[in-house]
Ligand binder design. Structure first.
Ligand code: TXA
Ligand code: MG
Length: 384
């Protein structure tokens, strides 16, 4: 792909100045790409009515054409331009959760080019709450298709510098409005299925949707790469949000997890690897003696703060020199905690060690280590 010059314009996240908004809207209307902050993560936007501009998104992100995009609107008033046969539930959900981090899957209107939706008959739509996203949509006067502004399968960007890391020379403009507030992507709810089904946990919790939509189905387990059926249920891929290194999750009570973590770190070191650790603030002192790359996730009891920092931490660990990452997951399995756990699970490609089940240690080590020479060591570690 030929390199283009990526401009960066600073913008006030609360009261966006008209000049950068106008510059970005001009880029969108010309069929090119703008990264902009939303309340969830940075999006990579193009005119959703322009099939050529949409193809540029897939090329810039190196995203497979089988993975459909979300269309962003300035308000729910124009929903019937992008979707047809809109069920009553969509309007009540819009009333309750828009603008905000909820994406609805509806039937696609003929006006929307097929490549936006990877050829599916459906379309994903949301109305973002961020003032910059809203100003850009108002000024562009077109719906904007925008996936997260990262290279495919990388952690989503929560700062303009993350966008630059992944997409410098590949997109035209970045509006730098500082850190996004939620830090995790929107919740995706499929209203074309009966009962309605959650496809991705995110900024709106299952519990709060359930109050309005009592028959809503929880998300299915993520699919393993290589075994997925293309396009039938997009977006459920297991490997996602991943830093450029193997990741493993340690769950379970700290009394068991802390010794397991020590053993794992020492074992990895014995194989010449340099582990990094990502743990809740209160567990940091437990691992200080390991003198390894140790990053704090935020207070274990504050899921909002953990969500805000998570993707930035996953990128920080890449700069640290660690070549394998161990993460302690102590999150509640409801609300935003469930959404964060889902991202961790995908970053780890499903490699979770529940420290209550020591029998898993062997398999866990075998996956972590470069060769298959670890079985005897893992048994040793288990006996200790
Ligand atoms: O918070 C967000 O949703 C951010 C900001 C920029 O709005 N966007 C975002 O987009 O995360 P992306 O492309 O990274 O994730 C969109 C998800 C994917 O999992 C995709 O497969 C799913 O939505 N999706 C989009 N259209 C769909 C459709 N028609 N049917 C089923 N899933 C769809
Ligand atoms: Mg994404």
């Amino acid at each position: 792909m030929p390199t283009i010059y990526t401009r960066i314009l600073a913008i006030d996240p609360l009261q966006p100045e008209p000049e950068p908004v106008a510059a970005a809207a001009a880029v969108i209307r010309a069929g090119h790409l703008v990264a902009f902050p939303t309340e969830t993560v940075y999006g990579l936007g193009a005119n959703a009515l322009d099939a050529v501009a949409i193809d540029r998104i897939f090329a810039a992100k190196q995203r497979p054409f089988s993975d459909p995009l979300i269309i962003h609107l300035a308000s729910a008033e124009t929903l019937d331009r992008v979707a047809v046969d809109i069920p009553a539930a969509a309007w009540s959900l819009a009333e309750r959760f828009w603008p905000g981090p909820l994406t609805l899957i509806l039937k696609r209107a003929p006006l929307i080019p097929a490549n936006v939706s990877a050829g599916l008959a459906t379309v994903a739509v949301r109305v973002p709450a961020h003032p910059v996203a809203h100003a850009l949509l108002e000024r562009s006067r077109v719906p904007i298709a925008a996936p997260s502004a990262n290279l495919f399968s990388r952690p989503s960007p929560t700062l303009a510098k993350h966008v630059l890391e992944d997409l410098d020379g590949r997109i035209d403009l970045i509006l730098d409005g500082g850190a996004t507030t939620i830090g995790l992507e929107s919740t995706v709810l499929d209203l074309t299925r009966d009962p309605p089904e959650l496809l991705r946990l995110g900024g709106v919790s299952f519990e709060s949707l359930h109050r309005l939509l009592p028959n809503v189905r929880e998300p299915r387990a993520p699919r393993i790469i290589g075994r997925e059926t293309p396009a039938s249920a997009p977006g459920g891929l297991l490997k996602h949000y991943a830093p450029r290194m193997p990741v493993a999750i340690l769950r379970g009570p700290v009394s068991v997890a802390a010794p397991a973590m020590h053993r794992t770190v020492n074992l990895l070191r014995g194989h010449g690897l340099c582990p990094g650790l990502l743990v809740p603030d209160e567990e940091v002192p437990l691992y200080a003696d390991l003198r390894t790359h140790l990053l704090a996730l935020g207070p274990g009891s504050d899921v909002e703060q953990i969500a805000t920092a998570l993707f930035a931490r996953l990128r920080d660990i890449e700069q640290s020199g660690a070549d394998v990452l161990l993460i302690r997951d102590v999150l509640p399995k409801s609300g935003l905690g469930a959404a964060i756990s889902d991202r961790l699970f995908r970053a780890a490609e499903g490699h979770v060690l529940d420290t209550a089940l020591e029998t898993q240690l062997e398999e866990f080590f075998a996956w972590l280590l470069p060769q298959n020479c670890v079985a005897p060591m893992a048994r040793q570690a288990q006996r200790r």
